[in-house]
Design a protein around this ligand. Sequence first.
Ligand code: 9MR
Length: 338
Amino acid sequence: MRKSLGTVLAIVPVVAALVVAPNAAASTTASTTAGTLKDAASISGRLFGAAVGANLLGDPDYVTTLNREFSQLTPDNEMKWDFVEPNRGLFNYAAADRLVSHAESQGMTVRGHALVWHSQLPAWVQNMNSPSQLLTAVRNHISNVAGHFSGRVAYWNVANEAFDDTSRAARRNSVFQRLLGDAWVEEAFRATRAADPTAKLCYSDYFIEGVNPKSDAVYAMVKDFKSRGVPIDCVGFQAHLTSGAVPADMRANLQRFADLDVDVHLTELDIAGSGAAQADSYAQAVRACVEVSRCTVITLSGVTDKFSWRVSQTPLLFDRYYNKKLAYDSVLSVLIEG
Ligand code: 9MR
C-alpha cells in the first residue's frame, strides 16, 4: 500500500518541523510544505474524502479547496432516496450526475450515499404497508440507482443506520424493519451487487467507533454476512465525534471488524470543538485508522465549517473562511507518519 521510500523520505523534514514547532503559525507553514490531505493520505495508499453539496460547485473558494485537498467525493444529499426517486419510478439524477462528473474531472473516486436509509425517505415509501410491495420498491430503487452509476461509484453505503441509537443495540424501528424484518439489510446488499458487480459494498452507522453494545450488534451482523456469503466488503464508521471524547478503543474496534475480512472506512468524520483540543482529537481518530492496514478511506462530513450540518460546533478542518485549522495540521502530520 505504501509509496516509494523516496516519496516518504522527501516529506520527513516536514514532520520534524511540526514536532519542533507545534504552534499555529509554524504549523501552517509546515503544512504548506507538506502538501495536501489527499497527497499525505496517498503515501499509505489511502483516500481522503469529503461530503459535497452539488449546490456548492458554483462557489469558487469551496471548489478550490475541494479540488486541492480531497481524493474522494461523497454526494451529501443528492443520491438519497428522497432526492433521486421522490415519486415512485421517477428518477432524477441531475444533481448527482453533476457531482460524479466533477469528481471524475478531478480524478476523485466517488462514494455513493445511501441506497436504503430510514431518513430522507419519501412519504410514498414510509407509508407502505405491504411487505412484498416494499421489497419490490427496494429492489427497483437499488437496481435503478446502482445501475445508473455502475462503474462510476467505487463504494456504496448500501444500508445506513439500521441499528437503534440506544444502548439496547436493537434494530431501528423503520418501515424496512417493520415490514421486512432483519432481512432487509441483506436484501439490499444482494440487490446492489446484482446492479453493480464492481462497487465495494459498505454498511455504515454512527456511534459504533468504540466497542459498545451497538458496535457489537453491527459486528455480529457483519460476521453473520461473511459466514453466509452475503456480499459485504466494508464497514463505514461515520465518526461524528466530540473533542476529548474519541473512544480510547477505536483502533482496537476498527481492527476487530477488519479481522472479519472487510475494509473499514471513516465515512462522515467530524469532531465538535476548536483549537488544540480539537486537533488532538482529530489526531487520535485519524491515527486509529492509519494504524489499521484495512482502514483505507477517511471521509469528512464536509469541506468547511461554513456549510457543516453541525455549523455551531465548528467540526471540520477548514474554518468558514477556508483557513486551515490546527486540526488540519494534526491530521496532515498523522497521515504523513502513516
Ligand atoms: O450532511 C447531511 C446534511 O446536509 C443534511 O441536512 C442532513 C439531514 O439529516 O443529513 C446530513 O448527513 C447525514 C448523513 O447523510 C447520514 N448520517 C447522519 C448525517 C446527519 O444527519
